[in-house]
Design a protein around this ligand. Sequence first.
Ligand SMILES: C[S@@+](CC[C@H](N)C(=O)[O-])C[C@H]1O[C@@H](n2cnc3c(N)ncnc32)[C@H](O)[C@@H]1O
Length: 327
Amino acid sequence: MAPEFKHISVLRDELVQSLHLQAGSIAVDCTAGGGGHTELILQAVGPQGKVLAFDRDPWAREVLTQRFQKELDQGILELIPEPYSQLENVLSQKQLLGKISGVCADIGVSSPQIDHGERGFSFAKDGPLDMRMDPTRGVSAAEVVNTFPEAELLRIFREFGEEPKAHFIVKAIAHRRAQSPISTTFELSELIAANVHYKERSRKNPATKVFQALRIFVNDELGELEALLKAIPAVLAPQGRCSIITFHSLEDRMVKLNFKALSEGDSHQFDRRLPLTAQQLAKLENRQYRIIKPFPLVPSDQEQESNPRSRSAKLRVIERLSKETET
Ligand SMILES: C[S@@+](CC[C@H](N)C(=O)[O-])C[C@H]1O[C@@H](n2cnc3c(N)ncnc32)[C@H](O)[C@@H]1O
């Protein structure tokens, strides 16, 4: 595959610091990618610790293997070639449930996935219309576009892309695919550009939302995140933390609501101007998680300027309490 794999980690220090890892901890990086966060996690847990690093992209795992050959040989790092929705299963097999001090995820695609046309993620680079992070599993974007019923395409473009012109785009796709299949990213983006006209000049490429929707659907990104969020209680050790960076409002909302539900009884949820009721006090005493403030954290102006892809990032952190940490 293409030689260079260049990804700038977003909130690199902030994400790893938020996990509060100690030497000897066991940690999980759900989205190892180019290994920018993994490297700092390895430093934090040290030679007595252990890091499990998931990535479902074979190319990323190849790069990680080269970068961390020493840590892999020493057994400090283990690469897991599975989607992170398998986190609970994988940890159960390794008898590590309830023993993880830090779990992090930097959700979404890496820059190399977007930048290399042959992966088929980008409307700006020509290539086969694929978009699978793991090209060995599941259905490609081309299969979706060429074979799914129109009603299903409409749902995908609306639900995952919030595309207001989904109806026109689906009609154009249906007309086109009746003649010949849509096989490349440029074929799809040109078809959209020819059929959708936005008034505002400054608008992004008209294919932006459809490409985003297809990517989210093809990789079941929301289903993956949901499974990860569900696994938190089974996975974290007392005082363990889970830190998640999202780039999309649908995902951020899922993380926010899930953390809020887990931390029910957290004093942050009560109106500070009023005295606590007996019910609130009982909740406070029984709470098992706390949301770490002041989150969500977003990249500094400087980071956003030097890495425009960090602009929509939001970091949220939750901690599982133990008797000793309760305050
Ligand atoms: C934004 S990049 C992570 C970059 C990484 N934190 C770094 O510092 O280099 C996201 C990575 O997560 C992987 N990924 C996304 N969703 C995944 C999933 N559900 N399971 C496993 N890996 C996933 C992608 O293949 C990609 O390499």
